[in-house]
Design a binder for this molecule. Structure first.
Ligand code: HEC
Length: 136
């Protein structure tokens, strides 16, 4: 198990969050990487709550800034990125409305998958652990 999570961490680091060119040792997590980590934390809590039949925690304010967060490779300036951020944010608005939270939560995880199918695929290992049991 430990090997598996170390391996997926390496995959994440190899496929996004680092610049292609030689300055990897000067690497600092971009604004977008930090936001993604916040999204993972929120999703984990939301999933745990929903599986216990409880409402999700409030969506952290920072996540609403997804479309302007600066990515390592300026992903935030790209049309496909902007387009794929929309279904994620609208799923979050569904979650915030408070009814059918499990449905909108699952939509939010689908949105992670579709964007990461295009952008860095490494986090897919993490994303695949975020689905709700009844939807798998
Ligand atoms: C609209 C596109 C998009 C959506 C939606 C999206 N991501 Fe990302 N994600 C990215 C991009 C681009 C990066 C690389 C950011 C960078 O390197 O600056 C990234 C990076 C990450 C990382 C690596 C962060 C790090 O430590 O460097 C994780 C983990 C991650 N995303 C998980 C998720 C999860 C979980 C979701 C859904 C809750 C999600 N992503 C939704 C585009 C997206």
């Amino acid at each position: 198990m430990k090997t598996v999570s170390l391996f997926s961490l390496l995959l994440i680091l190899a496929s996004c969050g680092t610049k292609q060119s030689g300055d990897a040792d000067m690497y600092e997590a971009s604004e977008m990487s930090q936001l993604m980590r916040e999204m993972v934390r929120f999703s984990k809590k939301a999933k745990a709550n929903l599986e216990q039949g409880k409402p999700t925690p409030k969506v952290p304010e920072a996540i609403w800034e997804l479309q302007t967060a600066e990515g390592t490779r300026d992903e935030h300036l790209e049309d496909p990125f902007q387009a794929m951020a929309v279904p994620y944010l609208s799923a979050l608005r569904g979650i915030e409305r408070g009814d059918s939270q499990a449905y909108f939560y699952s939509k939010s995880i689908d949105a992670c998958k579709s964007c990461h199918g295009t952008y860095c695929g490494g986090p897919m290992a993490v994303i695949n652990t975020l689905g709700l049991e009844q939807h798998n």
